[in-house]
Design a protein. Structure first.
Length: 438
C-alpha cells in the first residue's frame, strides 16, 4: 500500500475540519508545545448555531479567541488541566468560557474517560510522515496517546518544524482521520533568569542533591538557579515530566550523563519537551531521549524505581504544619497540580524505601516586596492543598531548609518559622502560640 496516497486522502483545510464540529462536541488537544495552533485559532469560526462545545487544553501559550470573549459564553467552554498566564487573564475577567479540571497528571485521562464523558475529537500536532506511514507526535506523549486511544476521531496538524522523537510518540496514518498541513515555529520557553532570592534557594537545593541522583524539575528561576549550583555534581540522570533547556545545558557540561540511573540508564525520560529551538533540534531523531506517556513517567511507582530520585517543584504558599498550596490562593486560581504531587510522591516513596530519594518543594519566603509572608499560620479560606502535609519531605526558602517528613506538628512549626523571612518570624510564632501549635 502507498501510504502517501492514504495520507493525501486525509488532508483537509482547517475550514473543512471545522464543519465537522457539532453542538455538544468534546474536543481534547495536545500539550505545549504541540498545541494545535491553527485549529484552535480558527475554532471560533465554526457555524454560529454550534453551541456547548467543550475544549480541553493544558497551559495555553497562545491567545485563542474562542476562550476570551463574552459572545462565546454558552458556545465554548475551555476546560483547562493547567492554567498559564493567558488562561489566568481570561478567568480573571469573570468570563464563563474557562474552568479548571482538578487532576493529578498521571491519571488525568483515565479520570476523564471514567467520568462518562465521550471524547469526540483529539486534535494534536505531528512531524511529517515517514516512508512506512508513521508520524511522530514529536515533543509530547504526555496525554496524547491516551487521548488518541479514547477519541472517536483523530485530527493532526502536520508541521515540518516538529522534531521526530522516540518513545511512545509514533502514530500510523491509518489511525488518523484528518490531516491539516501547517508550517509555524513551535512555541518556545521564555528563559527566566533567577532572582537573588531564587539563587539562594537554588544553592540550598543543590546541597541536597548527591552525585548519581536522578532529577525532576520544571522551568523558571528556581530550576535555573539549581542548575547553576549543581555544576560540581557528577553522573546525574533525568526522569521528568518536562525536559527543559536547563537539563540540556547540564548534559552539555557533562553533569547529566544518565549512566547511573536505575531505570532506563543512558536515557532521558520525559513526558514532553519545552524549550527553545536549540532543545527541539537536540531531541530530533535522538534515541537518547524517550518521550513517554505521562501515565508512565508520572506514575509514583515508576518514579520510585530510580535510586536517589530527587523531585524539585515550586509552591505558592505553605502553612506552618506543611500543607502546600501550588495551584490557587483562596479561590483565585493560578496554575494547576500538574505532576507536582505525582513526582513528589515518587521521590518520597524512593526515600521511604531507603534508596536516597528526596521530595523538595521550593518557595520564596515573601511576596510584595517582603510585606507578605508566603509561610502562613493558616491557609486562606478556599485554598486547595496540592501536597498534603503527611506527604511533604523538604521545604526550601532563601533562608534555609526545613525537613518535615516524620516530624511532629510542633517540630514542623519551629522548622518552618526558621526558614521564614526574619521580618515575619515573630508574627508567625505568636500566631502559632495562639493557635496552640507550639
Amino acid at each position: 500500500m502507498k501510504w502517501q496516497d492514504v495520507y493525501n486522502s486525509k488532508v483537509r483545510t482547517v475550514e473543512e475540519v471545522l464543519k465537522e464540529i457539532k453542538s455538544g462536541s468534546v474536543i481534547t488537544t495536545a500539550v505545549v508545545p504541540m498545541t494545535p495552533k491553527v485549529f484552535l485559532e480558527n475554532l471560533h469560526r465554526v457555524d454560529k448555531d454550534v453551541k456547548n462545545v467543550e475544549v480541553y487544553t493544558i497551559l495555553n501559550t497562545t491567545y485563542f479567541e474562542f476562550q476570551d470573549k463574552e459572545e462565546y459564553e454558552g458556545r465554548f467552554i475551555n476546560n483547562s488541566w493547567f492554567y498559564g498566564p493567558i488562561d489566568r487573564a481570561v478567568a480573571e475577567k469573570g468570563l464563563k468560557t474557562i474552568t479548571y479540571v482538578p487532576n493529578n497528571a498521571h491519571h488525568a485521562i483515565v479520570d476523564l474517560v471514567q467520568s462518562g464523558k465521550k471524547i469526540n475529537y483529539f486534535v494534536g500536532t505531528a512531524s511529517p510522515m515517514d516512508e512506512h506511514g508513521y508520524l511522530s507526535l514529536s515533543c509530547s506523549a504526555f496525554i496524547e496517546k491516551d487521548l488518541i486511544d479514547a477519541a472517536e476521531k483523530v485530527i493532526l496538524e502536520v508541521n515540518p518544524n516538529a522534531p521526530r522523537t522516540f518513545g511512545e510518540t509514533e502514530i500510523h496514518i491509518s489511525k488518523v482521520d484528518y490531516i491539516i498541513e501547517v508550517n509555524y515555529p513551535l512555541p518556545e520557553e521564555v528563559l527566566v533568569m533567577p532572582t537573588e532570592a531564587e539563587e539562594r534557594i537554588g544553592h540550598y537545593i543543590a546541597e541536597l542533591i548527591e552525585n548519581g541522583s536522578t532529577i525532576q524539575m520544571g522551568i523558571g528561576g528556581v530550576p535555573y538557579a539549581v542548575s547553576k549550583f549543581i555544576e560540581n555534581k557528577k553522573d546525574l540522570g533525568v526522569h521528568t515530566e518536562m525536559f527543559t533547556e536547563g537539563m540540556l545545558e547540564l548534559y552539555e557540561k557533562g553533569i547529566i550523563t544518565n549512566e547511573k540511573k536505575t531505570l532506563w540508564p543512558g536515557k532521558f525520560i520525559c513526558a514532553f519537551v519545552f524549550g527553545t529551538k536549540r532543545l527541539y533540534d537536540f531531541v530530533n531523531n535522538n534515541p537518547s531521549v524517550m518521550v513517554m506517556r505521562g501515565s508512565y513517567t508520572n506514575n509514583p511507582d515508576v518514579i520510585a524505581q530510580n535510586n536517589k530520585m530527587v523531585s524539585i517543584n515550586s509552591a505558592l504558599m505553605v502553612d506552618l504544619t506543611g500543607q502546600v498550596v501550588s495551584e490557587a490562593i483562596g479561590t483565585r486560581h493560578y496554575s494547576g497540580t500538574g505532576g507536582q504531587l505525582d513526582t513528589h510522591r515518587g521521590a518520597v516513596k524512593c526515600a521511604r524505601q531507603g534508596r536516597g530519594g528526596k521530595g523538595i518543594l521550593a518557595i520564596r519566603s515573601t511576596a510584595k516586596n517582603d510585606t507578605v509572608s508566603k509561610i502562613v499560620p493558616v491557609l486562606p479560606l478556599g485554598s486547595p492543598v496540592t501536597v498534603p502535609r503527611q506527604e511533604v519531605d523538604y521545604v526550601v526558602t532563601e533562608y534555609g531548609v526545613a525537613h518535615l517528613r516524620g516530624r511532629t506538628v510542633r517540630e514542623r512549626v519551629k522548622a518552618m518559622i526558621g526558614i521564614a523571612h526574619p521580618d515575619h518570624r515573630d508574627y508567625l510564632k505568636k500566631e502559632a502560640e495562639r493557635l496552640g501549635l507550639i
